[in-house]
Ligand binder design. Structure first.
Ligand code: UD1
Length: 371
């Protein structure tokens, strides 16, 4: 059977890696990876193909940056032609980016069954572009692969047919387990002169934080005040532009305890999360990775699509208030050994690390029934 996998942004490449490896080895599957070109810098895309040993995409739509409508529309226009020629049996779309939605919509309109990896995640904040992408993608998918029980419940609440939902676990967890030994050998701590559990890792790139000058200022002010430890800050391209525009970059660069670096590779990031005393982030994926690696996480948002991690007490939803970030971080640092011990004993609601295997089995069985 012919499967087309559509991806284009950094987290999609990572969460597809275990699926790509298994599908490529399966003699019954011919896998074509279509890269939309939503992300295009070396550090945002190519590096992950190299370090996760992924095959080159068979096509790159080179859509690049633009407004949401431009980016989504360009993907749809270019993808439609390609899918009409290729006629895949199933189109797989991972995650919640503009590439996910454009891929799902184009395929559904061509009557090609859509399989959504990471279905059912909800923040219930329609102001987030990712939430719009997730909801619409789920509602035009034929196969919905959910990472957790909570995601399955979210879909059922929206009236999605139970028969379409397969609770497989999270493919990001598969990838983490498969790559952990390589990540552990990574030299990023030496490269940045860091000692385990004496630094915090910060990432922020969500438009609602970095495109809002007040939120961005509050976050930067919090990490400037948090000078009792080193803070490593890999800067996403969007964040870099906004930090320059608001002149906050210069201010951050003057701080001795803050290390500003380019976006990092997957192994570097995993090694940094595992050895950090604390993660501060607005990324969805890093909230889960911190949870799996037993590192306490402060989420710089008021809501999350991963409430499982909050309910279990591993993730603190703090938002962007400077004082609150500083206070919560200091509190965690004071009790860090005790907190880390507690994290080690938590259950994992994200499956067993075999999500991609289950996804492939479900696609094959769907295809058999359709023929
Ligand atoms: C996208 C996803 C988000 C995901 C994130 C990971 C959507 C709506 N959002 O947001 O779910 O968490 O990727 O990074 O799809 N840029 C570069 N070089 C690049 C890529 C982007 O300079 O390689 C710049 C673009 O010019 C743009 C900005 O960064 O202005 C943001 O890029 P965009 O494609 O909108 O996606 P992200 O914000 O990264």
């Amino acid at each position: 059977m012919n499967i087309a996998l559509i991806l284009g942004a950094r987290p999609q490449i990572i969460k597809s890696a275990s699926f790509i490896h298994l599908a490529s080895q399966d003699l019954q599957i011919s896998l074509n990876i279509i890269h939309t070109g939503q992300h295009y810098d070396y550090e945002m895309t190519k590096i992950f193909f190299e370090e996760l040993s992924l095959p080159e995409p068979m096509a790159n739509l080179n859509v690049g940056s633009g407004t949401h409508a431009q980016q989504t529309a360009r993907i749809m226009l270019r993808l439609e032609k390609l899918l009409q020629r290729q006629k895949p049996d199933v189109v797989v779309v991972p995650g919640d980016t503009n590439s996910t939605l454009a891929g799902a919509l184009t395929s559904a309109k061509l009557h090609i069954p859509v399989a959504h990896i990471e279905a059912g995640a909800r923040s219930y904040d329609m102001y987030m572009p990712e939430e719009i992408n997730r909801c619409l993608t789920d509602h035009c998918s034929t196969l919905l692969f959910t990472p957790t029980e909570n995601c399955t419940r979210n879909l059922l609440k929206e009236g999605i047919d139970k028969a379409k939902i397969h609770q497989t676990g999270d493919t990001m967890y598969d990838v983490l387990l498969q790559q952990l030994s390589k990540a552990e050998k990574n030299q990023i701590l030496e490269k940045l002169a860091l000692t385990p559990k004496t630094y915090a890792l910060l990432t922020t790139h969500r438009p609602e934080n970095v495109n809002n000058p007040e939120n961005l200022k509050n976050i930067t002010e919090a990490i400037i005040r948090l000078n009792q430890l080193t803070i490593v800050f890999p800067v996403h391209p969007r964040t870099q532009k906004q930090l320059r525009k608001t002149r906050l970059l210069k201010k951050l660069e003057k701080q001795k305890h803050i290390k500003i670096v380019k976006p990092l590779g997957y192994h570097e990031t995993i090694k940094l999360i595992k050895n950090a005393a604390l993660v501060l982030t607005d990324s969805g994926g890093m909230q889960k990775e911190a949870f799996w690696l037993n590192t306490p996480c402060i989420t710089l948002r008021k809501i999350t699509e991963w409430p499982e991690t909050v309910k279990l007490g591993a993730n603190y939803l703090i938002g962007t208030n400077t004082q609150k970030i500083k206070e919560k971080a200091s509190e965690i640092l004071e009790k860090k050994d005790e907190i880390i011990e507690k994290l080690k004993n938590l259950p994992n609601p994200f499956g067993e690390g075999d999500a991609s295997q289950k996804i492939i089995e479900a696609i094959k069985s769907f295809q058999k029934k359709s023929n």
